[in-house]
Design a protein around this ligand. Sequence first.
Ligand code: NAD
Length: 285
Amino acid sequence: MNQRTQRIAVLGAGVMGVAITTLAIANGLPVTLVDVDETKLATAPGRVRKQLRMAALMGSAPKGRVAAIEVTTSVYDLVGVTAVIEAVTELPELKAKVLADVTAVTAPGTPVVTNTSAIPVDELASAVARPADLAGAHFMNPPYLIRTVEVIRGPRTGDAALSKVLDLLAAMDRESIVVADGPGFVINRVLQRMINEAARIVQEGVASPADVDALFRGCLGHRTGPLATADLIGLDNVADSLRVLRDRTGDDGYEPCALLLDKVAAGDHGRKTGRGFYDHGEVHP
Ligand code: NAD
């Protein structure tokens, strides 16, 4: 199928849904973006335009024509889409419902990927009409700048769906690394634990956020430290992902620490709200 006959549905117009939309339309793939929050939908085209400018500034924007975006609050507008990328809030019951609804209106054989951070794909597969059509594609933030995607093959993911997902990611100029299923897959099984431990270190007064991150950059050569990464991800999403990991592994090391939970309760969710472990200034939607 060529780019012109494709239409991607992106579910969720938050941090990731908007950034995945930017990546898709920059690569000539039209997107229908779905959210239940009208405000998120109203600001989405502006956020996408800003990210397109950022991608161009960073030399990551493809040269071809940018495709169009449509926004909607209804999954019934998704009839006829050729692929679905789900990026709604990291709550297992919510994702299961949204995926069940979308697979009820899409044609058999339409690949559906979840961008879940930590929920096993096979757990979500139990909620959908056709488990063989479901795979995981864990885009990192921001997907229009990060070229590698962790692709998750669940035990029930079919060969045809996996191959369509890899083709879709290639059409978006992304490199895929396919891994097996499990809570947190590869990246978040390690990363979320590291963020939680870094937050606990700040909570205990061992080091400031700036010093924790400076050690990871200076001594280990990481491009950013765990707490700057947490602010970029969104602390609400970090807490949700940690709970998913704790509940599915029984490992208390994933229990979100008190400092993280206090920041979430105070509305300090990181870059998206202007404050988290760091001050990021005013937020421009
Ligand atoms: P977010 O809170 O910024 O956005 C989530 C969006 O989902 C919100 O706009 C919300 O209104 C919408 N939503 C809720 N219920 C919905 C429904 N029924 N139908 C449609 N939309 C609905 O969260 P995010 O950071 O964009 O995360 C989205 C997903 O991506 C999560 O699973 C998260 O774990 C994963 N993820 C996040 C990052 C990151 O860095 N933030 C990275 C990789 C994966």
